[in-house]
Design a protein around this ligand. Structure first.
Ligand code: ATP
Ligand code: MG
Length: 289
């Protein structure tokens, strides 16, 4: 089966409505064997593309993962990363901001962790938290001592604009940005949280906070919808990935990353004439002994 991640891509946020998307779709695999084969193929091609990205050293790829708890961010990262060369690839996780981070603009801490040219970086959560968790719980902004004291409509509009400008700036500098919202249903989250309680090896993953945040499900969905509406564009699209089925979600994410890398039309750099001469000279010497 052909995996078509384009179905879930949003390049014009103004037309995005969460209700048009689903947390479950017909899977792109018939059985576990086909899933494994397809994922393996995607990862091999991705690795090949990564080699070119690294060798060219001109562009970079920033992959942003956002989701509710237990939506499968960690598993997606583990599987997708397993296909990449660790040299040239990094994962950066964003938790509650530190005291130092709170003294800066909300984009500051991300800037420090962006990919270098040639690199692929995955943001496990990101500056989007500042329009997601912060939008649902604006009271957490009190500790940041911001010049704004009211967190009304214009405050959020300004944050979305800051994000759009930031991503445009990065894109002009050769960073391709793709953003994934792993979209699960509230019922699927309930089952996964229960599984974390029932399975001793998963106990460590569950916190009281995950449970508390479930009460704000609708507010979070609203914040996700607004964030995507205000920041999806051709240069930095969102993918609203149906994630009730973890395997299918991994296939979609890996396909989207692969297609993005292919769109960059990467190739290994041709040696310059002088470098070609050096190579020829070295060949002769090495062939001698
Ligand atoms: P895990 O899968 O291990 O639970 P996680 O990403 O959920 O991974 P946690 O330490 O459980 O990690 O949670 C990180 C918390 O930090 C989340 O609740 C998230 O909303 C919060 N957070 C991240 N960025 C910000 C931010 N800019 N402002 C406020 N809270 C933030
Ligand atoms: Mg968590």
């Amino acid at each position: 089966m052909i995996i078509d991640s384009n179905k879930f891509r949003i390049t014009d946020g103004r037309k995005f409505h969460l209700k048009d998307f689903s947390t479950a779709v017909d899977p792109f695999y018939a059985d576990k064997t086909e899933y494994k084969t397809q994922l393996k193929e995607n990862l091999e091609e991705m690795s090949d593309q990564q080699g070119k990205l690294y060798a060219t050293g001109k562009f970079s790829l920033l992959i942003i993962l956002q989701a509710m708890d237990a939506a499968g961010k960690d598993g997606t990262i583990k599987h997708v990363m397993s296909g990449l060369n660790p040299q040239g690839c990094r994962v950066e996780s964003f938790k509650q901001p530190s005291a130092l981070e709170l003294k800066h603009s909300f984009l500051w801490r991300s800037t420090l962790r962006l990919p270098q040219r040639g690199e692929i970086v995955i943001f496990n959560r990101s500056y989007y938290e500042d329009v997601l968790v912060a939008r649902v719980h604006p009271e957490i902004l009190d500790v940041a001592n911001l010049p704004d004291t009211k967190f009304g409509r214009s405050f959020w509009e300004n944050r979305y604009k800051a994000i759009r400008d930031y991503e445009q700036h990065l894109s002009r500098n050769g960073t391709r940005i793709i953003k994934f919202f792993l979209y699960i249903s509230k019922e699927e989250q309930r089952l996964r949280l229960l599984d974390r309680i029932n399975n001793p090896e998963k106990n460590w993953k569950l916190s009281l906070n995950d449970f508390e945040e479930r009460k704000y499900w609708d507010e979070y969905m609203n914040a996700f919808e607004k964030a995507i509406q205000n920041s999806a564009c051709p240069a930095s699209p969102w993918y609203c990935v149906p994630a009730d089925d973890k395997k299918n979600a991994r296939l979609i994410v890996s396909d989207a990353i692969l297609q993005t890398l292919k769109d960059m039309k990467l190739s290994y750099p041709e040696p310059t004439l002088s470098h070609a001469n050096v190579l020829e000279m070295l060949r002769e010497k090495l062939e001698e002994n």
